[in-house]
Write a protein of this length. Structure first.
Length: 264
């Protein structure tokens, strides 16, 4: 199958962001992609000051537009993430839609990004956001896919659970910064891929120096052997990457280190 990494430039205008997402999903479909993945917080700038202002309930404008992209182009759309408002709380939420535009997955970020790196990045998502309650998998004609958001990638035990549920590919809309990105972004995706013998896909916004938070970019795919199949730079870009899903079973046969997936 082919997966498209849509490393888009996020602006302060929601409508501009939605239109750009529509353009990139169309481009992915025209390029033969089966699935298009948008970045974390793709419809608003990544900053606590914006999350409540841009937040939408489930079924809101961004949700409707994502479903429409999937249906129009007959492509799976992993809607990065957006600020979702529920019971007056704000969540960092991702929606996934099938080729008919039906929602097949709904996940809110479990591990909030609260860090204070000496001489580097300081950020506290928990000042604004509420954590979700656990990661899961969704079904496609290619097999089961798992999904987490950004800081979740640091918690190996969660990815092990997705592997045990049968995930062949795990997707992470994320927005690492210029402190953690160069140090850990590629390292973590390769580690999770090797640990769990599956494909790891990370999709970031492009870097924009006009905002207070500078995303690292470098959207990538790592295979079950830990090899990087594709990686972008800082700028807005798209990569369509072929995933040989048979490689998952092959690597797991060659290096039988995992507990077998849970059978139904």
């Amino acid at each position: 199958m082919k997966i498209a990494l849509l490393q888009m430039m996020v602006t302060a205008d929601k409508e501009t962001n939605l239109k750009r997402a529509e353009e990139l999903v169309k481009k992915a479909a025209q390029g033969g992609a089966d699935m298009a993945v948008l970045p974390e917080m793709f419809n608003c700038p990544y900053d606590n000051a914006y999350f409540r202002e841009y937040a939408e309930p489930k079924g809101g404008e961004t949700y409707i537009r994502l479903a429409g992209m999937a249906k129009e182009h007959a492509i799976y759309v992993v809607g990065g993430s957006i600020p979702q408002i529920r019971d007056n709380k704000i969540y960092n939420t991702s929606y996934t839609f099938d080729r008919q535009g039906n929602e097949i997955h709904d996940y809110s970020k479990t591990h909030l990004f609260d860090i204070q790196v000496e001489g580097g990045q300081v950020f506290r998502e928990s000042d604004t956001l509420t954590p979700g309650d656990g990661m899961g998998v969704f079904e496609t004609e290619f097999g089961l896919f798992g999904l987490g958001i950004c800081f979740d990638v640091r918690f190996q035990s969660d990815w092990e659970l997705l592997q045990k549920q049968g995930a062949l590919v795990c997707i992470v809309p994320g927005a690492f910064n210029m402190t953690t990105g160069p140090a850990h972004w590629e390292l973590l995706f390769r580690a999770r891929a090797v640990d769990n013998q599956l494909f790891m896909v990370g999709v970031s916004p492009a870097r924009d120096l006009d905002f207070s938070y500078h995303a690292y970019g470098h959207s990538l795919v790592a295979d079950p052997w830990g090899s990087v199949l594709a990686q972008l730079g800082f700028e807005e870009d798209i990569a369509i990457v072929s995933l040989d899903l048979e490689r998952v079973a092959s690597i797991r046969r060659q290096l039988p280190i995992l507990t077998p997936p849970v059978s139904e």
